[in-house]
Write a protein that binds this ligand. Structure first.
Ligand SMILES: [Zn+2]
Length: 250
């Protein structure tokens, strides 16, 4: 009986793994919200040990304030968000699953330290967390075998945090990037920022990518083309009826 049950469970799991790995957005994720928070916390603790992070300077506090304000507007605020400045001249921002989000000083400088632009980047990263894009990317990366071990209780979420730390968390895929751009507009506007700053951010990426492709390889490798993203973003602004400093809704 126990054996039959175990076989049935494995068949079910195998089906669920296939469902997950084919990337169905409606598919059940193996990782629970608690798993996501635990994995993200452990991976971010490792990241903190190896990188020049800053949570106390005036700029770091400003980044955190902007991020928390956008996160509070995102619906529903299900994760314990934390926004951290990385004191490095790199043009990037990224999110671990569960709400740990990092923004590099190099990106802030390229955006001219513009509050609305920073808010839109945060809203984009919050969307990756909230829509569980990060968790889905991890599930794809760690593979079915490890997922089955987690479900069977042979491995814990903590065991895979180290692996997660080494992953390039930019690899969400084209559809998820468009979703993050679109909802980024919505959350930053709801939080009271100018959502048209998203256009300025993407135009900055486009300019930098044209000038120095090698430096931006990682950030843009898997992202859809910037022209496509800018056009899609403008259509979202039109649809929501948002006008501002950087764009007038049509
Ligand atoms: Zn993204």
């Amino acid at each position: 009986m126990a054996r039959t049950f175990r076989v049935a469970l494995l068949v079910l799991l195998a089906g669920a793994v296939v469902w997950t790995l084919i990337g169905c957005d409606g598919g059940t994720l193996f990782l629970s919200t608690d798993d996501e928070v635990q994995i993200g916390s452990e991976a971010s603790a490792e990241f903190d040990k190896e990188n020049p992070i800053d949570r106390s300077s005036p700029l770091a506090r400003r980044i955190s304030d902007i991020g928390l304000r956008v996160a509070a507007a995102a619906d529903p605020p299900a994760y314990p968000y934390e926004f951290t400045l990385v004191r490095e001249d790199t043009v990037n921002a990224f999110a671990y699953p569960g709400g740990k989000i990092y923004m590099y000083e190099g990106l802030i400088n390229e955006l001219g330290n513009d509050t609305d632009a920073i808010a839109w980047v945060m809203a984009h990263e919050i969307t990756h967390v909230q829509q569980r894009h990060s968790a889905k990317a991890i599930e794809r990366a760690i593979g079915a075998g490890v997922l089955i071990q987690i479900v069977l209780g042979e491995k814990t979420a903590g065991d895979i945090a180290g692996v997660v730390g080494a992953l390039a968390l930019q690899d969400y895929g084209r559809d998820h990037e468009f979703t993050a751009d679109r909802l980024g507009v919505k959350w930053s506007a709801l939080a009271g920022y100018d959502p048209t700053a998203g256009v300025a951010v993407l135009e900055t990426f486009q300019r930098l990518q044209g000038e120095e492709p090698s430096d931006f390889e990682i950030l843009f490798m898997t992202h859809p083309g910037n022209n496509d993203r800018i056009n899609a973003l403008k259509r979202s602004l039109d649809k929501f009826g948002y006008s501002g400093k950087y764009y007038t809704a049509q």
